[in-house]
Design a protein. Sequence first.
Lengths: 115, 109
Amino acid sequence: NAGVTQTPKFRILKIGQSMTLQCTQDMNHNYMYWYRQDPGMGLKLIYYSVGAGITDKGEVPNGYNVSRSTTEDFPLRLELAAPSQTSVYFCASSYGGGGAYNEQFFGPGTRLTVL
Amino acid sequence: GIQVEQSPPDLILQEGANSTLRCNFSDSVNNLQWFHQNPWGQLINLFYIPSGTKQNGRLSATTVATERYSLLYISSSQTTDSGVYFCAVEIGGSYIPTFGRGTSLIVHP
């Protein structure tokens, strides 16, 4: 199993550009999450999904969109990139359903800089 | 929402020393995880421990759910233990984990 994979690893955007961060998991997990991590801070939840076709906002959703058309993929879309979106983005997944099934596994992250 | 406080925020050790990291939370939780973020940024699962005690090599963790805290013990620390340690908790019925701000650990040779 590759686990949770993310592409790209690094990206520089200009203000106002758009991009999609890709996330794929091959563990047949139902739940998927997008987080951002700013320097010296913990992780803040952007969006999450409990299954294909179901998404919901987390703590910091503004400026982002997601979709979940398959169990495996959970792309994060940035529209009109702003310097405040400079961060490291992590995708995570879990089986879901409570108890140990909620143990999360993380991808390697995407480092995004908006100039 | 639930508050998660980790202490100490920073810790510097000599190789071979022992340490205890603490995670306090403000509400009853269903889930608690400890993660290690290595210097390359990768988040590694250490323990899934909503209650009780677990051990994995030089690391162990204890969660006392009734008193709303968890402890991570690192014994005989090594330079490879350096990084940031996060705890993340989840209250009952929520799909949303809340992360603490982490403890930054530096282990000197």
